[in-house]
Write a protein that binds this ligand. Structure first.
Ligand code: PLP
Length: 1021
C-alpha cells in the first residue's frame, strides 16, 4: 500500500510539481487520492483504471472546464494541468501500465447521504444547482455524449421491460409493469424534447454539502461526472428526485422543493414537469431491476438486496398521491395546474353575473359570516367538535342567508382525520376551499351552469358531507372543470346518477338538515376544481395552510359561479408582516420577539396555541397559563364577576378572604398575612419594602443571574438585567453570590459538601454589606434559579443560607413566581424541596393564569413592622376579579389533579430527556423537577452551546413546539409547559427534540480568540 502511495506522490511531484501526502479515497475501479499538498491546498488525484476509455475521461474533463468557465460560481472543481500543460497526462504505473491521471481541486463539505436532516431548504438549493448546471451545459458538445446501450440513460430505460421476470414477487412485478406502461405512455413526449449534456447521476454520494447547523447548509459540490450523457434535461430532475424522495418523511414535499429549485434557475415547461413523476418512478424501477439482475449474478452478496429496500419502500408507499403530483409540481413552478386553466378562468370571469342564481336570488348583498381562527370561537375545544356545537355553528349570524368565506382558516375541522401526523400539533388541514351558503334546511339549489353528474353519494359518517354531488362542466373550448355541492339532503341519491345531465338553472338538490348533512348547521359547501386527478370523488374541502399554493390552484375561488366578486368571499387573515411592522412602528426595540420567524398566536386551548392560519403549536414554554389556555372555568368566573362588579380592597368582598384562605392553606402555618398586587415585580418590590421596614437595614444578598422584575428596585436585585451590557450596574446595597449550579459552578455534583460550600459564599456578601454600612435587610432568590439556567440547588442549600442571613439580622424571601403552585410535581413550592422556611414568599405569573396578579405572603410579625401608619394600597391588586380568578386557578390545580400530573408528566419527560442525553454529545446536562426542566446544550469542548441552543429552539418551533432558552450564555432549553400537558405531548417533545438534535451533528463554533488563548488563524498573534 505504502509503495503505491509513494509512487503516486512521486508522480504528483514530477507531473504537477506538488509535494503532498496522499490518502486513498473510495473508488470502485479507479484510484482516487486525497492530496494534502505542502502548499496548504487540498486536491483530488484521479488515476483511471488501466485500459479505460480515454474519451469518457476526456468528456468529464472537458465538461468540468466548460462548466467552470460558463458558470464559475457553481460548485465544480477546477482541473489543474500538469507542469507541461496537459490536463490528462498518461503516466505509467509501477507495473508499467499506462494510466490516465488528472488532478482536481478538492471541494469542501460532506456527502449528502451523511447529512441530517435533509431539509427542504437544502433540497431546494440542490435543485437550483442542478438547474444552473444544466443551463451551463446547454452549449456543451462532445463526441462521447451519445452513449449506446447505456443502461443509465433514462430515456432508454425501457430495456427493463424484457427483464421483469427476474423479479420473483408477482405483486412487485405487477407494480413494475405498471411503471413501465406509464413510461411507455410518455415516451413520445419524452422523445420530442431536445437533448443536451446532463450530469445524469445526482445521487446522495455525488452531492457535497457544506455548513454548520442545518439551516445554513449549502450545496458545495456536485461530483463524479462519469455517467454524463445527452438526454432531455428533465431526466436530471427525475434522477435526482429518485434519490431525494427515498425514506423522506414527506417525499412529495422533497420533490416539490427540488423541482421548485431547478425551475428557479432553469425554467421548465408544463409538459416537462408532467414527465417528472413517471420518470422518477421509472428510474427507481431501473435501479431495482438492475440490482435484481446483479443479485442473480452474485447470489451471495446481501448488499444488492439491502440497497433495493428504500426504493421498494418508496414505490410501494401508497400514502404518496401520484395522481396529484403533476398539479403539485406545476403549481410549485407557477405553471397552470391544467393546460386549460387560463381558459377556464377567463370563461368564469366573463360569465360572472350571468350564471343561474343558485339560491334563486342575487347574493351580492347577503352578509358574510366569519368562522376563522381569529374571528370565531367555534368549537370551544379546537381538538373536538361535538355534534351539538356543529349543528349550531355560526348561529350568531342569524337564521337568514349568510355566506362563509373561501380560503378561511377554521378550527371547526377538529377531528383527527384532518390531522396529517400523529400529534395534536401535527400539520392540520384548516383552510376552507369552498364558499359556504348558510340557509334553512330544505332550501332548493339551482345549477349555476349546465353540466352532468359525475358523483352523487351519501357520505353519512360523522361530520362528513351527507348528500354530495359533483358536476362536470366544460368551457366552449372543451376544457373540463368541476363543481361540488356538499351537505345536501341525501334524497338526491334516489333521483340522480352519474352521467345524468343537469341543465343550467335546474333545481337539482336541496340542503339537508343536521341529521342528513353530516351533523352541521344547514348550508352548502360549494367548491370548484379544475381537475379531479388524484382526488377523484374525494376532494379535500379544506387544505393544509402550508399547501395553499397547490390547493388554491386546483380549487380556485368559486365566486364567479355565484355571480359574486372574488374579493367579497375571499378571506384575508391578519397580515403577520403588517402586525410586525406595527410593532416596529409603535414599540421600543427592546420589546423582544421570540424566533427568527416570529409566530402570531390568536387562539389557545389547554397546552396548545394556534396561529392565524390555524397551525397548532404545542406550548411547552409558557408557565403563565398554569391550568391551560382558555380554561372554561376561568372564562366563566371572569365573565361572571365582570357582569356583577369589579372593585378594590377599600371595600369588603368575600372573595378577598376566600382567596387569602386558599393561598394560605397551601403554606406552612407561620404565614398568616397576604398582600395582593398586580405582578411578580410588584410583589418583589413590596418584599423589599417589608424586609427593610422589618430590619431597618437596606442591603440585599442575591444570587447572580437572578430575575425578579422590571421596576427600579426589582432590576437592582436582578443581575440578569443590571449586569448585562447597557445595564444599570450593581447598586451599592446589593451583593451577589454565585448561583448554586452544581453542573457548571465552582462546586460540582461529585462534591458531597457542595450545598454548604455554596451557602458559605453568603458570608463575604454579608460582610461587604455591613462594611458599606448597608446592613442586611435580607436575601432574595428564585427558589430554583430559572434565568440562571433552570437550576436545582443541592438539597440543604437554602436552609444553610437562611441561617446565616437570619444570624446577620436579615429576612429570607423566596421568589416562587416560577416554581410555585404545583409545577414541581412533588412539591407545591420549591422551598419545600429544600427543607427551608422563608419569611416572605412571592407568587406571580401562574397564579392569575394570564390575569395580572401577584401575591406576597408573610408572617404576622413582618406585616406588623410594615404597618407603620402609611396606607398600603394597590388599585388593581386584590380587585374582586383578581381574587376570584386567583382562587379559581388554585381550585383548578386541586380539582384537576394538576400537581400530580406535573409529577407524572415531568417524570416521563425527564426519563426521555435522560435517554436523549445519553445519545447526543451536545446535550451536557438534563435537570429539573416536575414540569420545570432544563436541557443544557454544549459544544464539543464542553463550553456553552449558545448557537446550538438557538438552532434547536428555532427548529423546535418549525416542529410546532414552543420552548424557551435560558442561562447566562443562553444555552439551556427551558421546558415549562402548562400543567395540563399529556403523555402524547411529552412524546412529541421527545420525538421532535431527537429529530432536531440530529441536525446539530458535530457542529462546533469557530474558536473565539480571547487574546490569552490563541488559536490557529486568529490573526492577533
Ligand atoms: C422569578 C421571577 N420573579 C419575578 C418576575 C416578575 O414578574 P412579572 O413579570 O409578573 O412582573 C418574574 C418574571 O419573569 C420571574 O421569573
Amino acid at each position: 500500500m505504502k509503495d503505491m502511495h509513494d509512487f503516486w506522490a512521486d508522480a504528483l511531484r514530477k507531473y504537477w510539481g506538488l509535494d503532498a501526502r496522499l490518502t486513498r479515497l473510495d473508488g470502485e475501479y479507479d484510484l482516487n487520492f486525497l492530496v494534502e499538498a505542502k502548499n496548504g491546498q487540498d486536491y483530488v488525484l484521479k488515476v483511471m483504471r488501466a485500459g479505460c476509455e480515454p474519451e469518457f475521461v476526456d468528456l468529464q474533463v472537458k465538461a468540468l472546464e466548460h462548466i467552470t468557465s460558463e458558470a464559475p460560481g457553481l460548485p465544480f472543481p477546477k482541473v489543474l494541468p500538469s507542469l507541461d500543460g496537459a490536463v490528462l497526462p498518461e503516466i505509467e504505473d509501477k507495473d508499467g501500465h499506462p494510466r490516465l491521471a488528472w488532478l482536481l481541486e478538492r471541494l469542501p463539505g460532506q456527502c449528502y447521504a451523511k447529512v441530517e436532516p435533509k431539509s427542504e431548504d437544502l433540497i431546494l438549493k440542490l435543485g437550483r444547482v442542478l438547474g444552473a448546471t444544466d443551463r451551463a451545459l446547454t452549449g456543451f458538445a462532445h463526441g462521447s455524449l451519445q452513449r449506446d446501450d447505456f443502461k443509465w440513460d433514462l430515456v432508454k430505460g425501457g430495456w427493463i421491460a424484457d427483464q421483469l421476470d427476474a423479479v420473483s414477487d408477482p405483486s412487485r412485478r405487477a407494480l413494475l409493469n405498471e411503471i413501465v406502461q406509464g413510461f411507455t405512455a410518455i415516451s413520445d413526449a419524452l422523445n420530442s424534447l431536445p437533448t443536451q449534456a446532463i450530469h445524469n447521476d445526482a445521487n446522495d454520494y455525488n452531492i457535497l454539502v457544506e455548513g454548520e447547523l442545518s439551516e445554513r447548509r449549502t450545496i458545495s459540490g456536485l461530483i463524479d461526472l462519469g455517467d454524463m450523457c445527452a438526454a432531455p434535461r428533465v431526466c436530471e430532475v427525475a434522477i435526482a428526485g429518485a434519490y431525494i424522495v427515498l425514506d423522506y418523511p414527506k417525499p412529495e414535499c422533497a420533490l416539490t422543493a427540488l423541482v421548485r429549485g431547478y425551475h428557479a434557475t432553469n425554467r421548465l415547461s408544463a409538459e416537462e414537469v408532467d414527465l417528472i413523476w413517471p420518470m422518477l418512478r421509472m428510474r427507481l424501477a431501473v435501479s431495482v431491476v438492475n440490482s435484481t439482475l446483479m443479485a442473480a449474478e452474485n447470489p451471495d452478496d446481501p448488499y444488492v438486496t439491502i440497497s433495493q429496500a428504500p426504493a421498494w419502500r418508496f414505490l410501494e408507499n401508497e400514502a404518496v398521491n401520484g395522481g396529484l403530483m403533476s398539479a403539485r409540481l406545476r403549481s410549485a413552478c407557477g405553471l397552470p395546474v391544467v393546460d386549460g386553466a387560463e381558459r377556464i378562468h377567463a370563461y368564469l370571469s366573463e360569465h360572472r353575473g350571468h350564471f343561474a342564481e343558485m339560491f334563486g336570488q342575487d347574493l351580492s348583498d347577503v352578509p358574510m359570516g366569519s368562522l376563522s381562527v381569529e374571528n370565531s370561537t367555534w368549537p370551544q375545544n379546537p381538538f373536538h367538535m361535538p355534534l351539538e356545537e356543529a349543528a349550531r355553528v355560526g348561529e350568531e349570524f342569524g337564521e337568514g342567508l349568510w355566506l362563509g368565506y373561501y380560503n378561511e382558516p377554521r378550527l371547526i375541522y377538529a377531528e383527527p382525520g384532518f390531522r396529517k401526523g400523529p400529534w395534536k400539533a401535527s400539520d392540520r388541514r384548516t383552510v376552507h376551499l369552498a364558499v359556504d351558503v348558510f340557509a334553512p334546511a330544505g332550501t332548493v339549489l339551482r345549477a349555476p351552469m349546465s353540466g352532468r353528474v359525475e358523483v352523487v353519494e351519501n357520505r353519512d359518517s360523522h361530520l362528513d358531507y351527507g348528500g354530495v354531488v359533483i358536476l362536470h362542466h366544460e368551457t366552449p373550448e372543451g376544457d373540463p372543470f368541476y363543481t361540488l355541492y356538499g351537505h345536501l339532503d341525501p334524497e338526491v341519491c334516489d333521483r340522480l346518477k352519474p352521467g345524468d345531465p343537469v341543465a343550467q338553472g335546474a333545481a337539482f338538490v336541496r340542503l339537508g338538515d343536521a341529521s342528513q348533512n353530516g351533523g352541521w348547521a344547514p348550508h352548502v359547501h360549494f367548491q370548484l376544481a379544475l381537475t379531479t386527478d388524484g382526488m377523484e370523488a374525494d376532494w379535500p374541502g379544506v387544505a393544509d395552510p402550508d399547501e395553499l399554493e397547490l390547493w388554491n390552484a386546483v380549487c380556485p375561488n368559486p365566486a364567479a359561479l355565484l355571480n359574486l366578486a372574488d374579493d367579497k368571499v375571499c378571506y384575508q387573515p391578519t397580515d403577520k408582516q403588517a402586525v410586525l411592522q406595527g410593532r416596529h412602528d409603535h414599540f421600543g426595540g427592546n420589546l423582544s420577539l421570540t424566533y427568527n420567524d416570529p409566530v402570531m398566536l390568536v387562539r389557545g386551548w389547554k397546552h396548545h396555541l394556534f396561529d392565524e392560519w390555524g397551525r397548532p403549536y404545542l406550548d411547552a414554554y409558557n408557565n403563565v397559563p398554569h391550568v391551560g389556555h382558555a380554561h372554561p372555568r376561568i372564562q366563566a368566573v371572569a365573565a361572571d364577576q365582570l357582569k356583577r362588579m369589579n372593585s378594590n380592597t377599600r371595600y369588603l368582598h368575600p372573595a378577598q378572604a376566600a382567596f387569602a384562605d386558599k393561598v394560605l392553606s397551601k403554606l406552612p402555618d407561620h404565614f398568616e398575612v397576604c398582600f395582593f398586587v398586580n405582578s411578580g415585580t410588584e410583589a418583589n418590590e413590596l418584599a423589599l419594602r417589608l424586609a427593610r421596614a422589618h430590619t431597618g437595614a437596606k442591603g440585599i444578598v442575591t444570587p447572580d443571574h437572578g430575575y425578579h422584575g422590571n421596576t427600579n428596585a426589582a432590576v437592582a436585585i436582578s443581575a440578569y438585567k443590571f449586569n448585562k451590557p447597557g445595564g444599570i450596574g450593581q447598586a451599592d446595597w446589593v451583593e451577589l453570590v454565585e448561583v448554586a449550579d452544581d453542573y457548571r459552578g465552582s462546586f460540582k455534583r461529585d462534591d458531597a459538601d457542595r450545598a454548604q460550600k455554596y451557602a458559605d459564599l453568603v458570608y463575604p456578601a454579608i460582610a461587604a454589606l455591613q462594611e458599606k454600612g448597608q446592613g442586611v435587610a435580607g436575601f432574595i432568590a428564585e427558589t430554583f434559579p430559572t434565568v440562571g439556567g433552570q437550576i436545582i440547588p443541592p438539597k440543604g442549600y437554602l436552609p444553610a443560607v437562611y441561617e446565616k442571613i437570619r444570624a446577620a439580622g436579615g429576612v429570607c424571601i423566596a421568589d416562587e413566581v416560577q416554581t410555585g403552585l404545583g409545577r414541581l410535581g412533588e412539591y407545591y413550592f420549591g422551598f419545600e424541596h429544600q427543607g427551608a422556611l422563608p419569611d416572605i414568599v412571592v407568587m406571580g405569573k401562574p397564579i392569575g393564569n394570564g390575569h395580572p396578579l401577584g401575591v406576597l405572603v408573610t408572617t404576622k410579625e413582618i406585616a406588623q413592622s410594615f404597618d407603620n401608619g402609611i396606607e398600603f394600597f394597590s388599585t388593581f391588586g386584590g380587585s374582586t376579579l383578581s381574587c376570584r380568578i386567583g382562587k379559581e386557578v388554585l381550585d383548578i390545580v386541586d380539582d384537576e389533579g394538576l400537581q400530580d400530573n406535573a409529577r407524572i408528566m415531568g417524570d416521563r419527560l425527564m426519563a426521555g430527556l435522560k435517554q436523549i442525553e445519553s445519545e447526543f454529545g451536545c446535550v451536557g446536562d438534563v435537570r429539573g423537577m416536575g414540569l420545570f426542566l432544563g436541557v443544557e446544550l454544549i459544544n464539543p469542548d464542553g463550553s456553552e452551546g449558545t448557537e446550538i441552543c438557538s438552532f434547536v429552539k428555532n427548529r423546535m418551533r418549525d416542529h410546532r413546539i414552543l420552548i424557551g432558552s435560558e442561562g447566562p450564555k443562553d444555552n439551556i432549553l427551558k421546558i415549562r409547559p402548562p400543567l395540563t400537558i399529556e403523555a402524547e405531548d411529552v412524546d412529541m417533545i421527545l420525538w421532535a427534540l431527537r429529530d432536531v438534535l440530529k441536525g446539530v451533528g458535530d457542529y462546533a463554533p469557530a474558536p473565539v480568540c480571547d487574546h490569552d488563548h490563541h488559536h490557529a488563524g486568529c490573526g492577533c498573534c
